[in-house]
Ligand binder design. Structure first.
Ligand SMILES: [Zn+2]
Length: 289
């Protein structure tokens, strides 16, 4: 299973142990455009097609552009690299690393015959790929900007990723969100068709002890934020039963609460002019409320 939390917790511990920095000092040193990107040359032949594909899709450039408006106190590196067989992604010591092995897993799920007809292979690939970078960026932002986290850090990182995917302003947001939701369903061993069968098997008990929410919870949380963001664009989630009506009723509230937290905690760290240029003046990430 995909993990990232251990190193992130180690990172948080490092922050707590570090000498306190006054907010003024952080603000003086912080600057936008501090995200550097690295496509590491693959050492294994099997990773070569993934390397070519992510470079052609300009995955890291998209991520770098989306993150550029954040004023960061130091450089944040985002790289795609080999991890000696480990299917993983992490944030540690100023570097987000997404393994070729993890992207290989995403590609395998995207190409599987289990993928529903409404979801394109591109959406199934790009959604989870951007999602993993924004999730790790969440861990990085909490540490860099000393953002307090109420609740579980993994859930908060999921929320940062969901807001990022929704606020990118991409026309294919439904495909990106759908791609991530499908990956979680696949990880849980169910399909959109079998999800609501009454005899859905329960996962191992230990799954519930994980620092991440379970794949199905992560799927429901993501779809709820998407539905709360735009009930018309994401209506299919409720119509097809992958987001229950009972949960959907409070999703606008959940999205508004997430947006409020973003406004209070993260928006003050955005370079306003660059954010408007990057996301557009009408974007919820930029709009003054
Ligand atoms: Zn994480």
């Amino acid at each position: 299973m995909f993990r990232c939390a251990l190193v992130a917790i180690a990172g948080a511990a490092a922050v707590l142990a570090a000498a306190p920095i006054s907010p003024a000092a952080v603000a003086q040193e912080a600057a936008p455009r501090r995200v550097e990107i690295v496509y590491e040359e693959p050492k294994e032949a099997a990773h070569r097609p993934i390397y070519e594909a992510v470079r052609a899709a300009r995955v890291l450039e998209h991520f770098q552009r989306a993150m550029a408006p954040f004023r960061l106190p130091r450089t944040l590196t985002a790289k795609i690299a080999g991890c000696e067989g480990e299917v993983n992604a992490s944030y540690e010591n100023g570097a987000i690393t997404v393994c070729y092995e993890y992207l290989g897993y995403v590609a395998e799920v995207a190409r599987s015959r289990r993928r529903p007809a409404w979801l394109t292979e591109k959406g199934a690939m790009m959604g989870p790929t951007l999602d993993v970078f924004f999730h790790e960026a969440g861990h990085a932002l909490f540490e860099y900007l000393r953002i307090p986290v109420l609740g579980r850090e993994e859930d908060a990182a999921d929320l940062i990723s969901a807001l990022s995917l929704l606020h990118l302003g991409r026309e294919d947001a439904e495909q990106l969100i759908g791609g991530v939701a499908f990956m979680y369903l696949d990880e849980a061993g169910v399909s959109p068709r079998t999800l609501n069968w009454p005899r859905l098997r329960l996962m191992r008990a230990a799954t519930y002890a994980d620092e991440h929410s379970t794949p199905l919870q992560r799927k429901y949380n993501l779809l709820c934020l998407a539905y709360g963001f735009d009930a018309r664009r994401f209506a299919a989630a409720v119509e097809t039963g992958v987001l229950p009506k009972a949960r959907a009723e409070q999703c606008e509230l959940e999205y508004q609460q997430a947006l409020y937290a973003f406004d209070k905690l993260l928006a003050p760290h955005l370079d306003r002019a660059l954010a408007v240029e990057t996301y557009g003046a009408d974007n919820p990430a930029v709009k003054a409320r």
